[in-house]
Design a protein around this ligand. Structure first.
Ligand SMILES: NC(=O)c1ccc[n+]([C@@H]2O[C@H](COP(=O)([O-])OP(=O)(O)OC[C@H]3O[C@@H](n4cnc5c(N)ncnc54)[C@H](OP(=O)(O)O)[C@@H]3O)[C@@H](O)[C@H]2O)c1
Length: 193
């Protein structure tokens, strides 16, 4: 599953996964873009689109229900959906700040808790969390979201020590593609590190 696949890094993840033989479920709010991507990737057999606002709990339930309906196992979860607020804290208003946290933190934790147990049970899986490199610098004055999302990813990385499940927290602007590729190859090759 790739979240935020209607553009940018998420779309590229979906393309790469399909090229490697995976069937992907792509999700984001702009369902029209997802449909177009899935058509390009060969249709339902290779890529399934589910329009959802990940800030909304009911939409996440609907996404999970669709995956159940497909009788699919989530082997790789790419928590990529997200956005940033690049102004001073509060300048965009309370709703926007909370909405961002729901996507960047709540949805990541929710989807991870839904699909991690299956990965652990099967003894294989990968979770790739996109985050901001700036999250490592909690003192950043303009965007506390960087700190929130970064610390959340860091905390997950430290706590996620489970057999057979890989976790990479990939920083957006400084995405370490070799690390991401390593997880995907390891998983795709079914070999253990
Ligand atoms: N590129 C960078 O330099 C950079 C730097 C730091 C962090 N990041 C992080 O890396 C990730 C990908 O970045 P990108 O550059 O590829 O950004 P992007 O092109 O703007 O893609 C963000 C994706 O997230 C989706 N999204 C946003 N809010 C959503 C919501 N409420 N529900 C569902 N989907 C939502 C968007 O789709 P819809 O609008 O269709 O919903 C879009 O597909 C983001 O989390 C971003 O914060 C990127």
């Amino acid at each position: 599953m790739v979240t935020g696949a209607s553009s940018g890094i998420g779309e590229q993840f979906a393309r790469r996964l399909v090229a490697r033989g995976y069937r992907v479920v792509v999700t984001a709010r702009r369902a029209d873009r997802l449909q177009k991507l899935c058509a390009q990737l060969g249709g339902d057999e290779h890529a399934v689109a589910v329009g959802a606002d990940l800030a909304v709990a009911e939409d996440r339930d609907r996404l999970a229900a669709r995956i159940d309906e497909l009788d699919a196992e989530v082997d790789i979860l790419v928590n990529n959906a997200g956005s940033g607020i690049y102004t001073k804290f509060g300048a965009e208003g309370r709703d926007k700040e909370l909405q961002m946290l729901r996507v960047d933190v709540e949805a990541v934790v929710d989807l991870t808790l839904r699909y991690l147990p299956g990965m652990v049970e099967r003894g294989r899986g990968a979770i790739i969390n996109l985050r901001c490199a700036e999250g490592e610098f909690a003192a950043t004055q303009t965007a506390p979201h960087f700190a929130e999302a970064g610390q959340s990813a860091q905390s997950m990385r430290e706590r996620l020590v489970v057999g057979g499940v890989g976790h990479v927290a990939a920083a957006g602007a400084r995405t370490q593609l070799p690390a991401v590729e390593a997880v995907m190859s390891w998983h795709g090759g079914r070999s253990r590190p």
